[in-house]
Design a protein around this ligand. Structure first.
Ligand SMILES: Nc1ncnc2c1ncn2[C@@H]1O[C@H](COP(=O)(O)OP(=O)(O)OP(=O)(O)O)[C@@H](O)[C@H]1O
Length: 467
């Protein structure tokens, strides 16, 4: 697909007109901040680091970018990152908090000369000679991922480098920001592209089954284990395991995963023999794992192991300049580029003002909905909150299309309609997820076991499903 011409603004320092992806690298001027530690653990000090990457982790643990030796600073205390407004500091669940100007703040936009207090340490934020120059490839896409914002283009740059390496990767980002798409693109660029990619949704598998899903089991090792079965790690041998929603992994499974990652060996449930596996692990989460570590829900050592290479995907509300390009992309994908006329300037204005809590997935759905149902659908979607009880004007038309049969008693007609709906929904859902029930359950927001039962009821899946 080729995006239509549009222009993007990178802020006051830099406005560039973009017509289509160009091959020449481009010099981007990126504002920088300097972080000066003026007090550390109660003692005066003077050390500085320049913040010209997209985020910096601050805390007492050695894996942070800025490590503070202070007994009152948490292992993972706060994050300083670029935002649409400039820079932001966010407390990631520290015990003693972050303080600015005598007030405890959870997150705040920061400016040069702002002083952040944590424990018995202080960091002064300074302007680091205004800007740094970064050479970025002048591309607006990374495979099927599109983005024109500075944040996305910097991420594409990082992804290009990560794609060429074989290291494990952690992808962090809110729901619908494209984490799975990134994982797929990374796999396609790696020398494991022709080897299996096994996706495990740690959030959709019951805690009692997750060990078997990951590492396999031998017959009789638990009720329902009627035959030997290889787990995801063995199935992916030579290829990649994508551990989605890694933040949901039960605490008691975490040391086992850590051992498998460190040794590249797995033991099936009920078996003492270790089996060697050659895998690359890509993990994704919509949680701030630092916060999970601080609250004891995620093991520090596993986080440390997973986060060696971290890619952070910014939420769509932080990069609204991506909207026109994404819109063009989705319209082209739908084979309806001319439907851009459904998005006149007043609609674009509303889209720009909307926060997109469901991120790019929500945008994609809204665009599809608008193309199918007409302009009203998107206006309503962008104005009402996603949980708005008012519904969309298009719903009336959609209900009519359901064809309610008044020749039958209400109860019977309703049951028949629900039945038809369930079946159609499940068929489409399974097709979308290429038969992968975990993925399907996650997309539909259903418990995996419940989805299995539904599939069985509609004759869409044979057998007891899990074994
Ligand atoms: N930058 C992008 N360019 C084009 N399409 C995108 C982009 N980001 C996300 N999408 C689309 O948005 C939808 C959601 O993406 P994806 O499933 O990868 O998100 P996710 O972060 O893994 O979500 P979740 O955490 O809910 O599983 C997909 O249809 C994907 O193709």
């Amino acid at each position: 697909m080729r995006p239509m011409p549009f222009s993007r603004s990178l802020g006051s320092t830099d406005t560039v007109a973009v017509t289509e992806p160009r091959m020449q690298p481009e010099i981007l001027r990126v504002p920088r901040l300097e972080l000066c530690v003026e007090r550390e653990g109660g003692k005066p000090t003077r050390r500085a680091m320049v913040l010209d990457s997209d985020f910096v982790r601050v805390g007492a643990h050695p894996s942070n970018d800025l490590v503070l030796s202070d007994r009152l600073v948490s292992r993972f205390h706060c994050i300083l990152e670029r935002s649409a407004q400039g820079f932001r500091v966010t407390d990631v669940g520290s015990l003693n908090g972050i303080w600015i100007g005598g007030a405890r703040v959870r997150d705040a936009d920061i400016r040069p000369e702002c002083v952040i207090e944590l424990g018995e340490s202080t960091i002064r934020v300074r302007d680091a000679s205004a800007v740094s120059e970064t050479e970025l490839p002048a591309t607006l896409s990374f495979g099927s991922l599109w983005g024109a914002s500075l944040a996305m283009r910097r991420m594409f740059h990082v992804l290009q480098r990560v794609g060429q390496s074989s290291s494990d990767v952690l992808i962090e980002g809110e729901n619908g920001t494209g984490k799975e798409l990134i994982a797929t693109e990374l796999v396609q660029r790696s020398n494991r592209a022709q080897k299996p990619l096994v996706i495990v949704d740690c959030g959709a598998i019951s805690p009692t089954l997750i060990e078997s899903e990951l590492f396999g089991h031998v017959r009789g090792s638990f009720t329902g284990a009627s035959r030997d079965r290889a787990g995801a790690f063995e199935e992916a041998d030579g290829g990649t395991v994508f551990l989605d929603e890694i933040g949901e992994l039960p605490l008691d499974m975490q040391p086992k995963l850590l051992r498998a990652l460190a040794s590249r060996e797995v033991r099936r449930v009920g078996e003492s023999r270790a089996r060697k596996v050659d895998i690359r692990v890509i993990a994704a989460t919509n949680r701030r794992l630092e916060r999970e570590v601080n609250s004891g829900r995620f093991r520090e050592d596993l986080y440390y192991r997973l986060s060696v290479v971290t890619v952070r995907v910014p939420p769509l509300r932080e990069r609204k300049e991506d909207l026109p390009l994404l819109l063009q992309h989705f319209l082209s994908d739908l084979g309806a580029p001319e439907q851009i006329s459904l998005f006149p300037p007043d609609v674009m204005d509303k889209m720009m003002r909307y926060d997109w809590p469901g991120n790019v997935r929500e945008l994609r759905n809204q665009v599809e909905r608008t193309v199918v149902l007409g302009g009203d659908a998107l206006l309503a979607g962008a104005e009402a909150s996603p949980t708005s009880p008012e519904g969309h004007p298009g719903d009336a038309r959609a209900a009519e299309a359901l064809g309610a049969d008044i020749e039958r008693p209400f109860k019977e007609a309703k049951e028949a309609m629900v039945d038809r709906f369930e079946r159609e929904y499940l068929v489409a859902l399974l097709a979308w997820a290429s038969g992968n029930v975990s993925r399907a359950a996650r997309k539909a927001g259903l418990d995996r076991m419940y989805l299995h039962r539904l599939l069985q009821r509609h004759g869409l899946r044979r057998g007891a499903a899990l074994d």
